[in-house]
Design a binder for this molecule. Structure first.
Ligand SMILES: [Ca+2]
Ligand SMILES: [Ca+2]
Length: 229
């Protein structure tokens, strides 16, 4: 009897079939942009934003959000990408040394100086909560993680004039965080914000920012949801 070895086209065909099956399994696993099952927010959490409506502006009523940068020329590009049954915010940043960029989101509608002339006097009361949690994933340069800062400010914090800026710096709390290449939940005790900004009033929170200001200066950050527990 003659034994025939598999010809090259057959071997290539088998490899292609295996690759297609594997890719399909990855997609069906519920994933998102790069696979991996989505992580749901904790039961009963206050959802600040789950991005599931695929628009800027938080889940809180009529709030505004947007992209920013130091000189206004390096705002992150953004889009909403399907994750699980909803969407995640995808921010792509690319800025030179000495610059910064990021994302801002107000907690109450009357705090938006763009759409309202109402003086900022009342913030959001987060004093019943202890922890900020957010589901994130990064696409950093090879061998690193995406690094970002989370800022919380109260309604006293002001950048509108140099004097006010200097006087109100302690009303901003800043905490550093990282995102690897798989979905994970970043958990930050709110006390880290108040130890960074000792005058920050967590019962009077105006806005939350995500800031990129260090290396890697080019990368992508996905946020599936932001919640407080
Ligand atoms: Ca939204
Ligand atoms: Ca989401």
């Amino acid at each position: 009897m003659e034994t025939k070895s598999l010809g090259l086209p057959v071997v290539v065909g088998i490899i292609v079939v295996i690759a297609v099956v594997a890719a399909t399994a990855l997609l069906l696993s519920g994933g998102g942009p790069s696979g991996g099952a989505p992580i749901l927010p904790p039961e009963g959490a206050l959802i600040f934003d789950d991005f599931d409506d695929a628009t800027l502006g938080s889940n809180f009523a009529n709030t505004s959000a947007g992209m920013m940068s130091g000189t206004g020329t390096y705002d992150p590009e953004f889009e909403f990408v399907p994750v699980g049954d909803g969407y995640a915010l995808k921010m792509m940043f690319d800025f030179p040394s000495g610059e910064w960029c990021g994302y801002w989101s107000f907690m109450r509608p009357d705090e938006n100086p763009i759409t309202s002339d109402i003086e900022v006097t009342t913030g959001y009361d987060l004093s019943d909560y202890t922890t900020l949690k957010m589901a994130v994933k990064g696409e950093p340069a090879e061998g690193t993680k995406v690094r970002f800062k989370i800022e919380m400010t109260d309604t006293v914090f002001d950048t509108s004039s140099e004097n006010a800026f200097l006087e109100t710096q302690n009303h901003r709390g800043t905490v550093s965080a990282e995102a690897g290449t798989s979905w994970e939940v970043v958990e930050i005790p709110l006390t880290q914000f108040t130890s960074s900004g000792p005058d920050l009033d967590m019962s009077d929170v105006r806005q939350m920012n995500i800031v990129f200001d260090s290396v890697p200066r080019e990368g992508t950050l996905y946020i599936d949801w932001i919640a407080f527990t």
